[in-house]
Design a protein around this ligand. Structure first.
Ligand SMILES: Nc1ncnc2c1ncn2[C@@H]1O[C@H](COP(=O)(O)OP(=O)(O)OP(=O)(O)O)[C@@H](O)[C@H]1O
Length: 301
């Protein structure tokens, strides 16, 4: 019999997963999985639970929560030789990764995907000794994701990011970097850079429109030094997906990226979580996981 381990964050998003737990377990059991569930208790818990589930021989590990929970689950599994299949129930605030895969937010529909048989190989990113599935970023505004208090997210959802973003705008400053990507070199002052594995980032669905989860490549975006009003203009263009041809934007695809910084304080953000400091080397791990996805998923390349 196949065995599934449901790892859920009872506090993520508006806490709906907690209320639907019995339903999810029933659906999985009906689909033929012997199922057990683990509620996370705080930082690192989902990571440890995922690693333990893999070592205990589970066939399927389901991450139910926001991007933070998926990030931890991936980090608990990615270094293992024998990796279980992964499923998702998007129950967080932004759910970038699930959105990129077209996995519905509706729990019943998400269960349809989990109980289906559509499996796809998925790339992930490795940076130094950590892994990410959605995006790695550093520079202006990228710390936004953890500046937003979780209570605020529960209350007003996505809006919380915009409110906090406006508050942080005055802190924006450029940093000098040296970046090697697939044998090429970039040197100069930048506002921020994004190493993206998917095309859905922070609710900006058109940030990296060509990103594919199965091609072994990152979409790499550098925003060069701009004035403050120019940065605002760019942010507006990014909402509509019209930023990539802007003269201050470098947009390429790369498998391996090395970033050196002058400002040692420039920190990395991995899937919205703290990711340590730079310098860093990013490597795209080609089709590293098998994942349950919708049959007709959008954004498929
Ligand atoms: N029982 C818990 N109580 C408080 N915090 C928890 C608990 N379990 C996990 N966490 C924390 O929740 C964070 C992950 O949140 P998650 O991403 O699942 O939801 P979210 O923040 O609502 O959504 P999103 O990341 O999509 O914005 C992790 O940092 C983890 O440490």
């Amino acid at each position: 019999m196949k065995r599934a381990r449901l790892i859920y964050n009872p506090t993520s998003g508006r806490e709906q997963i907690r209320k639907s737990l019995a339903y999810v377990l029933e659906r999985l059991e009906t689909a033929g999985y012997e199922t057990s569930a683990h509620a996370t208790t705080g930082e690192g818990c989902a990571k440890r639970a995922a690693e333990k589930a893999a070592k205990n021989g589970y066939d399927l590990v389901i991450a139910a929560g926001g991007d933070g929970t998926i990030f931890e689950v991936i980090n608990g599994l990615a270094h293992l030789k024998e990796r279980p299949m992964i499923g998702l129930i998007p129950a967080g605030t932004t759910n970038d990764f699930a959105r990129a895969l077209g996995i519905p937010k509706d729990i019943e529909k998400a269960c349809d995907v989990l109980c289906g048989d559509h499996i796809e190989p998925i790339d992930i990113g490795k940076v130094n000794d950590k892994y990410f599935i959605n995006i790695a970023a550093a520079g202006a505004l990228t710390e936004l994701t953890y500046e937003v208090p979780s209570k605020m997210k529960t209350m007003v959802g996505q809006l919380a990011y915009y409110i906090k973003g406006l508050e942080m705008l005055p802190q924006i400053k450029p940093t000098f970097v040296r970046i090697e990507y697939d044998g090429k070199l970039f040197e100069g002052d930048i506002m921020m850079f994004l190493v993206s594995n998917t095309n859905s980032v922070g609710g900006f669905e058109k940030l990296a429109p060509d990103a594919s989860l199965q091609d072994g490549m990152f979409d790499f975006i550098i925003v060069k030094k701009t004035s403050f009003p120019e940065f605002l203009t760019l942010a507006g263009l990014a909402l509509r997906g019209e930023h990539l041809n802007h003269s201050k934007v470098l947009y390429v695809q790369a498998n391996r990226i090395k970033v050196f910084v002058e400002d040692e304080d420039m920190k990395l953000n991995l899937d919205g979580e703290h990711g340590g400091k730079l310098p860093a080397e990013f490597v795209n791990l080609y089709q590293h996981f098998q994942m349950l996805t919708p049959k007709e998923r959008k954004n498929k390349h």
